[in-house]
Each structure stands twice: as C-alpha cells, then as structure tokens.
Ligand binder design. Structure first.
Ligand SMILES: C[S@@+](CC[C@H](N)C(=O)[O-])C[C@H]1O[C@@H](n2cnc3c(N)ncnc32)[C@H](O)[C@@H]1O
Length: 332
C-alpha cells in the first residue's frame, strides 16, 4: 500500500492491487507500470517478485514525490517521464507484464493548483503533463459546437448544448481562468444535486479533462504499445474508472482475443486471424466488499487482465472499439 505522500492531504490508496497481483501471478521478469502515480502498483509488483519495474508517468511531479523512497529499490526500479502510448520505446526491452491504472490520481485531484477538481478553486488547468493546451485554452477557444460535443461525448452530459451556450456567453464577458468560474456557469444550467447524487459539474469536468489529456487517444495507443512490447505469455492488466473507458478496453481485448475469420482448407489462417491475447480471466474484476469499505473511491473501478500469445502485434480497427464519437473523428 502506498504511504502518505507530500503535497496532498490524503494518502493515495492503490485500487484493485490485491486482485491484480493475484490475476497476474507469478510475477517475475520486467514489468512496465505505465501509470506510476504514487508508485503503489510498482511497489506491489516489486514486492511480488518483479526483477525490474519501469515506472512511467506523464506527470513530472510524481517523480519528485517518489524521490524519498525510489532509491530503496536500487536498479530494480527505473523511472521515465512520458506517456504510456510510448511504453514499448520507454521500456526498451520485451516485457513480462504491463499495468495501466487509468485516469487521474488522488494527488492530482487534491491539489487545487492542478485545476482538476470542481471542489477546489484553482487555475483551470487539468494538464497531467503540465504542457500543451490547458482546460482554460479549450474552454476559451473551442466553438460552441465543439464544446457541446466534448461535454456530450466524453462526459455523457445531457445538458451539453445548454452548458456550451452558457460557457460561450460567459467567456464573451470574461475569459475563464479558474475552476470556480466554470463551476458557477455549469451550476446556472443544471438543478442542484439531491443527496446521494453527484455534483452537477462532475460530468463536465471529466469531459474537459479527457479532452485536455487526449485520454482515449492515449488509451488505444497504450494498449497497442503493450501488445507490441509483451513477450508471449506476458500479462496486460488494465484498471478503468468509468464505463466509457472500460468499454474501450473490453472491446480492444475482445477484438484482439478473437480469431477473426480464421483459415480454411483452401486459405490458410492469416497472421492477423490468430488472436494476440487470451482473456485471463474472461470477465472484468471489481472491488470486493472489504476494498469498498476501505476505499469508497474504488466503487466504479474495473480490472481486465489478458495474456499475450505468440501472434504478431497489429494496429486495431478503431471503429470496433466503442470509442466516443469525438475520439473516433480525431477532433481533439
Ligand atoms: C490513477 S493514477 C495511478 C496510481 C498508481 N497506480 C498508484 O498506485 O499510485 C494515474 C496516473 O497515471 C498518469 N497518467 C495518466 N495518463 C497517462 C498517460 N497517457 N501516460 C502516462 N501517464 C499517465 C497520471 O498522471 C497519474 O499519475
């Protein structure tokens, strides 16, 4: 379990780590942790027997936070700043396992100055890598139709058009700079949440964060990079936090674990018809009662695990993956 970290008011509790380690056992050889964060998964893999973990994160701040403890593992832990879409290149060698724990970390959410949270006032930023266009850039410059598309496709926000119209009207008076400004505009478009319901800004903040960080583009490229990097018998374990992400992972694995049209007596099986993965297990794993008790944030987490075969790696047909419309059109 990850210990308390600096610059956050809550410790990060790794989600679904116990079932993940059980599903990929025995852990040995070289692993990539494509979403290093507070290092909870990396430490779990090292304790379970990995010889080397390559810890990758696009957020430069996570490596400052790991400085206190990373040295304890000597050359068994190598840290790389970059995106998991390049994990094969960053690892630089064939892998026995890849783990991806998608989304933002609790440290990112808890730091007001990162701008991920509608609960804390801060700059409207949301960039995990701290580079490229910020949430404020998108909110201040995208057209009304583009904003509505982002809110609908990435946040499943039914009031997407109303909110987009209100954003465009508000930014004509004063450009957006802070999370509070955006929350206030969204609140004028939606009724107050009832007890037990999520805050009205939840879906819009998720949608804008996904657009800022191109999270679906990263996810597909990351799954393909894992397929390229894994040795036969290597394990891929992916933890998602919302149903759109889980759908993409599920469809990717189903597509890559099914044998296409197969061969026949007259047409031998083509390389692309041989499955690249086996689903191990077949279904997604969720948190058990104990984990939900310890960490209510784990409620919507789903883990999928697959084992690489000897089939050659390939690009995927994106149309089959259940990607939200925007990601499919490659607009952002
Ligand atoms: C949910 S946290 C991971 C927590 C980690 N498993 C742990 O136990 O501490 C997700 C992390 O992945 C990083 N991340 C998200 N998308 C990424 C990407 N495309 N490439 C590299 N890192 C990414 C985020 O910056 C964040 O630190």
């Amino acid at each position: 379990m990850a210990g308390p970290v600096q610059s956050s008011d809550r410790p990060h509790i790794p989600v679904l780590l116990r079932p993940l380690l059980a599903a990929v056992a025995p852990v040995q050889g070289v692993w990539a942790d494509g979403t290093f964060g507070a290092g909870g998964y990396a430490r779990g893999l090292l304790a379970a027997g990995a010889d080397l973990v390559v810890g990758i994160d696009r957020d430069p701040l996570v490596f400052d936070m790991a400085r206190d403890w990373a040295g304890d593992y000597g050359d068994r832990l190598r840290l790389e700043q970059g995106t998991f879409s390049n994990l094969d290149q960053l690892a630089g060698e064939p892998l026995d396992g890849v783990v991806l724990d998608l989304g933002v970390s609790s440290m990112q959410l808890d730091l007001a100055e990162r701008g991920f949270s509608f609960m804390k006032d801060g700059p409207l930023d949301m960039r995990m890598s701290q580079s490229g266009p910020s949430a404020a850039d998108i909110v201040n410059t995208a057209s009304e139709a583009e904003l509505a598309d982002i809110l609908f496709q990435y946040g499943e926000e039914r009031a997407s058009r109303r909110i987009a119209r209100a954003i465009v009207a508000a930014r004509a008076r004063q450009p957006f700079e802070t999370t509070r400004q955006l929350v206030e505009v969204i609140e004028t478009c939606l009724s107050r949440s009832k007890p037990g319901q999520s805050h009205p800004a939840t879906r819009s903040f998720q949608a804008i964060r996904i657009a800022v960080n191109d999270e679906f583009g990263q996810l597909i490229a990351g799954l393909e990079a894992a397929e390229r990097a894994l040795k036969p018998g290597g394990k891929l374990a992916v933890v998602t936090f919302h149903s759109m992400e889980d759908r993409v992972v599920k469809r990717f694995l189903q597509a890559r674990a099914s044998a296409g049209g197969g061969g026949s007596r007259y047409a031998p099986q083509a390389a692309e018809d041989i499955p690249a993965f086996r689903l191990t297990p077949k279904k997604a794993i969720g948190p058990d009662a104990q984990e939900l008790d310890d960490n209510p944030r784990a409620r919507s987490a789903r883990l999928r695990v697959a084992t690489r075969t000897e089939a050659p790696a390939e690009a995927t047909d994106r149309k089959k993956l259940g990607l939200p419309g925007l990601a499919l059109k490659g607009l952002m």
